[in-house]
Ligand binder design. Sequence first.
Ligand SMILES: NC(=O)c1ccc[n+]([C@@H]2O[C@H](COP(=O)([O-])OP(=O)(O)OC[C@H]3O[C@@H](n4cnc5c(N)ncnc54)[C@H](O)[C@@H]3O)[C@@H](O)[C@H]2O)c1
Length: 354
Amino acid sequence: MKYLEVSDYRIHIGPAGQALADILADGRFTKVALLVDTNSEKFCLPQLGHNNLPVIRISPGEQHKSIQTCTCLWQQMMDLGMDRHSLLVNLGGGVIGDMGGFCAATFFRGIPFVQIPTTLLSQVDASIGGKLGIDLNWVKNAVGVFKNPLAVAVDPRFLKTLPDTELRSGFAEVIKHALVADPALWNQLQTLKDLKVVEWEPILEASLRIKRDVVQEDPFEKGRRKVLNYGHTIGHAIESFLLSSGTTLTHGEAVAAGMVAESFLSVKHLGLDEDKLREVVETIRRFYPPLRFTEGDFDDLIELMKKDKKNRAGNISFTLLPNIGEASYDQFVKEDSIREALRFYLRTTEELRK
Ligand SMILES: NC(=O)c1ccc[n+]([C@@H]2O[C@H](COP(=O)([O-])OP(=O)(O)OC[C@H]3O[C@@H](n4cnc5c(N)ncnc54)[C@H](O)[C@@H]3O)[C@@H](O)[C@H]2O)c1
C-alpha cells in the first residue's frame, strides 16, 4: 500500500478492501454503510469484500445526481440507524462520490465519509479536492459544499471493468494534469497506445500528486487551483453545445478538444513551442474521436464561453501554457483568437471526420 498525505486526510493507493479494513480497524463508528450504484455494486463490490456492511444502492448516471436521490439516501441512512458517529463509504464513480459525500456532509450536520473511487475520472480528479454536490434541474453541481473525506482509497484494479469511453473520459484529466504540472508524466503518456493495457498505478500516483499539490495550495479556487481549468473553457462550451443538440459525448472528449484549441492559444499568446502543440494534437488524436461542430456554431460556442464563471467583466478567461508543465491562469483572450483556435481544432481533426 502506498500513501499520499493530503492536508487532513490520506489517500491509500493499493487494494481498497485492505485500505478500508485499516480505516475501520479501531471500531470507532457506530454504523458503517456502503453507497454504490448498480455498476459499482456488480463490478467493484465483490473485489472490495466487507460483505457484512449494509449496502445503499442507486441507479447509475448523472441524471440521478439530484436532490430527489439525496432524499432517498438520507432516509435510508436514517432507517439504518446511522447517527453522527456513523460512516458512509462511497464506492463508485464521480456521481457516487459527489452525491454520497454531499449527503454525508449534511446528514446530522455532517458525518465522516470515505471515498473509494472506481472510475479513472473519479480516481484522479473527483475524489480529492473537497468539492461535493448535486445538480439542480440540469445545472451541474449547482448545490454543494466543500468538505474533505476521512480518507480516499484508490485501487487501480477497479479500472479493469471500466468501459473504454469512461477510461478515455478520465484520461483527459490525466493529460491535463501532465500538461499543467509534470513534463515527465507528459513524456510517459505520449508513449501509450492502448488504455486497456496500461499499468495504471504509477500514472494514478503522479496524477494524484499534482491534484493534491494544487488543491492543498489553493483549496477554494482563489488562485492557483484555476490551472486545473486548462482545456475546460472551450471544452465546457463544446460539451454544453453538443449535449443540448442531442449529441452524446463524455466530459473528457470535450476537454480533450478544449485542450487542443487552448494549446493553440498557448502558442499564440504565451509562446508555447509549436513542436509541443504538435505533441498535444497527436496524443489527443490517438485517443479521442473528432467532435462534430462547424464554423457556423462558433457564435453559439462563444456565447456559452461568456457564461463561464471564471470570466471577469465579460472577458473570457483561460488557463494557458507557456511550457509543458507550467500553467498561467487568468489569461484573457479576444474573440477573434478564440475563433482561430476553434478553426485550428476543426482543421486538425478534418480528415478523421470524413
Ligand atoms: N468533485 C469534483 O471535484 C469533481 C471533479 C470532476 C468530476 N466530478 C463529477 O464526477 C461525475 C462524473 O464522474 P464519472 O465519470 O466517474 O461518472 P459516473 O459516476 O457516472 O461513472 C461513469 C459510469 O461508470 C460506471 N462505473 C463506475 N465504476 C465502474 C467500474 N469500475 N467498472 C464498470 N463501470 C463502472 C458507473 O456506474 C457509471 O455508469 C460528474 O457528476 C462530475 O460533475 C466531480
